[in-house]
Design a protein around this ligand. Structure first.
Ligand code: SAJ
Length: 451
């Protein structure tokens, strides 16, 4: 554990229900249920099962339940063989009903926390799952919310519903918030070695939560409440969103000044201290960075607090797809190509490189804008076989000479590592590179226009 982070002294009372649960956790006989088998939930299922626990996944998506029970992996951060082997050994199973909750000792919630169309927190999944848990709650259970949410959700939204069962927290059951920190596609940091913040709604809940997470995660960071744990997580992602917005704004300014943001950043990042590398891009995708700051901004209003930083951040990041569209239009005009008679190949639909997730992907937003301009588009993404854009079905084309020669412009929206950018620049007529993916291509300035 990093110097200075001391484990909070767990000043807790004697409670036979709690002691029995802790014993089950420590001897790994505790039965674990993970609700939500997505990119957070399923890796967690595998990690716990690898440590000897029996883990049941619950998901409303019947296809996911079927895949898990057949040992068929669908999350790129999980090794296929590991899941298959653990299912075969009976350590992992899945279901799509909540009645089994009453047989479980630990229930971990990893469901989506999106925004509504009006950009306010949408806790429908958390609320629905909490209601179902409340109907099956029994003494001696730990419930831990891992979904990223605004400070106060665990104590103000979940706790009253759970106690409507007639059971009392800290006496009959335990309730924690321990935010997920998965970084999809990151091979270095995995569920097992990412420091885990844990906050309880009381000291016994914290004690049980720390005991649980300590079984499989190397570094646990206990904090004084669930609210602190919730706030820490939304701060982490707001920090990223703000810094991405700053570098995006610098890119917009550099475009007007006619200087290269990429050269400026390369120079600035030589500073050995007091700076952190962020890069401009076509916008911020995924289910976290474009979402979590809005959760915090929405909650802040309850305290009559206006978070201007977050609003400006989201304004800038959300305008980047429009900026890329403008660059495309400028480039087509310079090439004297009429947009409505042009054809563009978009490289990458995923929201960031080397993953297959395209939620909130800026590439999709750019494609939607170009289609509205009458531009003909095709896309290539080795991780995404097909996609719907503006209610039209598109399939990833083959990336070959014929395809690249048939378009007026190639737009790099996602810098997947597996693409040969030397060949792409050599073959294409023109390239707009929103990720500086072509930085190693000699003489690229002949054809490449950077963000
Ligand atoms: N992006 C930029 N410039 C940057 C960094 C990112 O434009 O310098 C864009 C990416 O292309 C992507 C979006 O922002 O579209 C989000 O990128 P991300 O790297 O934050 O990726 P996420 O959302 O998949 O994962 C993040 C985690 N990533 C890192 O810390 C590196 C972390 O913030 C959270 O653990 C995770 O979300 C989560 O689950 O909350």
């Amino acid at each position: 554990m990093k110097e200075g982070i001391t484990v909070a002294r767990l000043n807790v009372g004697i409670n036979p229900i709690k002691d029995k649960l802790k014993k089950k956790i420590m001897n790994r006989s505790a039965r674990i249920c993970v609700v939500g088998l997505g990119y957070v939930g399923l890796p967690f299922v595998v990690e716990k099962a690898k440590m000897g626990f029996s883990v049941t996944g619950v998901d409303q998506n019947k296809k996911r339940v079927h895949n898990v029970n057949c040992g068929e992996n669908y999350i790129s951060d999980i090794k296929d063989e590991e899941l298959k082997d653990l299912v075969k050994k009976g350590k992992i199973s899945a279901a799509n009903n909540f009645s089994l909750i009453k047989n479980m000792d630990i229930i971990v919630i990893c469901v989506p926390t999106p925004l509504t169309v009006n950009l306010v927190p949408d806790l429908q999944h958390v609320k629905s799952v909490t209601n179902k848990i409340a109907h099956n709650l029994r003494p001696g259970q730990l419930i831990s919310l891992e979904s990223t949410t605004y400070p106060g959700t665990t104590e103000e939204v979940m706790l009253p519903v759970l106690e409507s069962s007639g059971l009392n927290v800290e006496k009959d059951f335990y309730l924690c918030h321990s935010p997920e920190r998965v970084d999809p596609g990151d091979k270095r940091y995995t569920t097992k070695n990412i420091n885990k913040v844990v906050g309880g709604v009381g000291p016994d809940s914290l004690d049980v939560g720390v005991t649980f997470y300590s079984q499989t995660i190397e570094q646990i960071v206990p904090v004084s409440s669930a609210k602190v744990a919730e706030m820490a997580k939304v701060y982490e992602n707001t920090f990223r969103a703000v810094n991405i917005a700053l570098v995006n704004e610098m890119a917009l300014l550099c475009d007007k000044m006619g200087v290269s943001i990429w050269e400026i950043l390369d120079a600035a990042f030589t500073k050995p201290f007091g700076i952190m590398s962020f890069y401009p891009g076509p916008g911020t995708g995924g289910h976290c960075i474009p979402v979590d700051p809005y959760y915090l901004e929405w909650k802040a209003r309850e305290y009559n607090f206006s978070s201007r930083f977050i609003r400006i951040t989201e304004d800038i990041n959300r305008m980047m797809p429009e900026f890329v569209r403008e660059k495309v239009m400028r480039t087509l005009n310079e090439s004297e190509v009429v947009p409505s008679r042009s054809k563009i190949l978009i490289i990458g639909m995923a929201y960031k490189k080397d993953i297959d997730d395209y939620r909130e992907s800026p590439a999709i937003q750019i494609a939607e804008l170009l289609l509205k301009d009458g531009v003909n588009i095709a896309y290539y993404d080795p991780y995404i076989y097909k996609i719907e854009i503006n209610s039209r079905q598109f399939k990833s084309v083959s990336l070959n000479e014929q395809t690249v020669n048939s378009v007026d412009l190639v737009l790099i929206a996602t810098d997947h590592s597996c693409i040969d950018y030397h060949w792409l620049v050599e073959t294409a007529k023109k390239v707009i590179d929103t990720r500086n993916a072509t930085k190693a291509v000699p003489g690229r300035e002949r054809k490449v226009i950077l963000l």
